[in-house]
Design a protein around this ligand. Structure first.
Ligand code: HEM
Length: 405
């Protein structure tokens, strides 16, 4: 009998045998609570792109079913429901349009030099020691500093975020949250609201050339962004900007060392790095699920799903579908025509995909150049975060010979 428990540490450590079993036995699986899970690449791809699928978070019943009977009184749930990620058109189109202006390909490329500087500064702090915790000292602070830069968080506040920890995204797990998880999420939403309100006030008085000022101006224009939406979407950008990229870098470094021939391959030929990043995204997807609800009947692998059905797409499973990726459990940085579903697809396709790819590319290039003999002493004993949805490591000790530069 199949059992899905996204809070089980053993499952979090290795969800792949479950994915494989499910995909082979029941690619469209409805669990006892009525949620339907998809594991095939083709089905997941359809689910994220098809207009018959939506979020339906404006419907109170959806929120109650998803987050429990108190959902409408939980500040963190209300905030989540205002994020573009959880909205359907036309609200989604309006919100995404405001932010997308800043996330242009040109603008992201322009950030590369700054990302290099931040990476070098972080490595300068540890290079002579010959050791670091690659999560705490590099993979976590880098994306935090990058998103701070993009939003325009004042320099003096950045250390506070750099020294923080990933909040875990408990509300994103595909189960009704516990009271404790809700309390924690409410607390963190309150703290971030207090912080951002203060900053919005500053930017209203004195706009700058940053994303916060742009969004504050949209809010002031009235009909384009309410103050609740402003707060929720800045929180989304801040969280999405770092709680996922940390895991692309961490999971990447770990899996490349778990498969040493693959680390050697990019070391010998750094031009493979962009393709290696796609393979890391496929092999250890930093985001494991996305959710939707069917608005109309829709067929997946011969099974018709009825309107109102809550759906969960298992991205990590779709990325290892043998019909699309031969020998899917093997990591191979030279795979061709890689199109993992790790950034989703359709109207919610990750807004920060290019930024995340640039960050990872700069990190791997720089590590190979500055610490070519880097090793991970605990590579066989990874410590996974508690979150199933945001897949990543809490710590990743690394060593190298400090004499080399
Ligand atoms: C490796 C890093 C990242 C991964 C794996 C990732 C993954 C995803 C996924 C799977 C979605 C779609 C969710 C859905 O369809 O339900 C998404 C949406 C989004 N991501 Fe990312 N993300 C990453 C980095 C970033 C960064 C760096 C930013 C911003 C700076 C960002 C901002 C967003 C936003 C704003 C959305 C919502 C887009 C919308 O609803 O239209 N992400 N991301």
């Amino acid at each position: 009998m199949l059992a899905f428990n996204p809070r089980d540490p053993a499952f979090i450590a290795n969800p792949y045998p479950f994915y494989r079993q499910l995909r082979a036995a029941m690619p469209v699986w409805t669990d006892p609570t009525g949620r339907t899970f998809l594991t095939k690449y083709e089905d997941v791809s359809l689910m994220v792109r098809d207009r018959r699928m939506g979020r339906n978070f404006k419907n109170p019943d959806t929120l109650i079913r998803r987050f429990g009977p108190t959902a409408l009184d939980e500040p963190a749930v209300v905030e989540l429901s205002k994020m573009m990620l959880m909205q359907d058109p036309p609200d989604h189109t309006r919100l995404r349009g405001l932010v997308a202006k800043v996330f242009t390909a040109r603008k992201m490329e322009d950030m590369r030099a700054g990302i290099q500087t931040i990476t070098d500064r972080l490595l300068d702090k540890v290079q002579a020691k010959g050791e670091m915790d690659a999560v705490r000292d590099l993979a976590f602070p880098l994306p935090v500093l990058v998103i701070c830069e993009l939003l325009g968080i004042p320099e003096e506040d950045r250390d506070h975020f750099v020294n923080g920890t990933a909040s875990g995204g408990a509300l994103l797990n595909p189960v009704v949250p516990t009271r404790e998880e809700l309390d924690r999420a409410n607390q963190s939403s309150k703290t971030s609201a207090l912080y951002f309100e203060r900053l919005f006030a500053l930017r209203r008085k004195e706009p700058r050339d940053d994303l916060l000022s742009l969004l504050v101006q949209a809010e002031e224009a009235g009909d384009r962004l309410t103050s609740e939406e402003l707060r929720a979407n800045v929180t989304l950008l801040f969280g999405a900007g770092h709680e996922t990229t940390v895991n692309l870098i961490g999971n990447g470094l770990w899996s490349l060392h778990r498969n040493p021939s693959q680390w050697a391959a990019i070391r010998d030929d750094p031009s493979l790095i962009p393709n290696a990043i796609e393979e890391i995204l496929r092999y250890e997807s930093p985001v494991q699920i996305v959710g939707r609800e069917a608005a109309e009947p829709i067929e997946f692998s011969g099974t018709t799903v009825q309107p109102g059905t809550p759906m969960v797409a298992l991205l990590g499973a779709a990325n290892r579908d043998p019909d699309v990726f031969p020998d899917p459990d093997r990591m191979d940085v030279t795979r061709e025509r890689l199109k993992p579903l790790s950034f989703g697809g359709g109207i919610h396709f990750c807004l920060g995909a290019q930024l995340a790819r640039i960050e990872a590319e700069v990190v791997f290039r720089t590590l190979l150049r500055r610490m070519p003999d880097l090793t991970l002493p605990n590579v066989d004993a990874p410590k996974w975060r508690e979150s199933f949805t945001l897949r990543g490591l809490t710590t990743l000790p690394a060593t190298w010979s400090p004499a080399r530069h």
